[in-house]
Design a protein. Sequence first.
Length: 360
Amino acid sequence: MKIGMQERILMLGWEFPPFINGGLGVACDGLTRALTDHVDLTLILPKTSQLHPYHESQNAYSGDLNSRVNCFTRMALERSKDDYFDIIHAHDWMTFRAGLKIKSLSNKPLVLHIHSLSYDRAGPEVRDWIFDLEKLAMTQADHVITVSEYTKSICIEHYGINPDKIQPIHNGVASITTTPSQPENLVTFLGRMTQQKAPLNFLKIATKVLKNIPDTRFVMAGTGDQLKEVIQESIRLKINERIQFPGFIDRAKINALLARTSVYCMPSVSEPFGLSALEAAQFSIPTVISKQSGVAEVLTNSRTADHWDLDLMASHITELLGDEEAHAKAVEHSSRDHQACTWERSARLVHRTYQNLCPS
């Protein structure tokens, strides 16, 4: 590469605005927009599809989705033949086959960006073809970016990846002007209704909170393979009248929901980052989050608990709702903690990685 020229990046992604189904699309959008100030970037995406690889249970990752991933691999390989690039940057397992094949043919460095792992979605006991693909890709990649130290530790301990090639770079949030309304004694859950996100545990937490503060209301926004079970369980627990299930909501409705939220709760079993909690902090909302999450590394003043300690999570929420002084202090902390997390900072760190892999 000539001195003074921008690095040319071939980026492989799975979702991007306006077709977003979760945090992956939001993260890809924020990072690529910030990276365009530093590099010449080409982004390859699949055509719009109804296949959502993170909305289904792990045993559903076959059939149509596998075919779609293979189709994307062929398309990306064909498209890459027409481009000159210095580095390949692939986001999550759906793009890893394509990244490996393009690396093999071009002999260019491959950077993998880990937003979520099979370990997070299916648990440590599952060792299926997606786990094998993730392990193979990380082993053969030149560099691995994880969204947290937490995820880096999983790559090392459960996938056996060399720690020297792994670099944690936290996600950021887009700068917005927030206009919080008066909180409504409302506790919000925002995420996929899947085992990983622990929506059933959120119901148990809600039941415990209601015993102390009966007028508390809850919103569980999102969809997924456990949604029907979650709704049925709320009826069985006799708390369904205190909970709303709006399904998947767009960015405008998310912002409107956060603007009236008193406490944000993220009880995930394993959360590589937890972008929704960072977005809640933008609204100065006190957060109660699982210790098994990456966002706990940046929201250092949030209330945390191990994902299995539902009593402690409920206790945190009860205190924040019932103690005005504790709530005010938590609001101040949330307002301050998120400010260092910008996509511009993330992009600078990613660009530095490119420079190390492709020196002038």
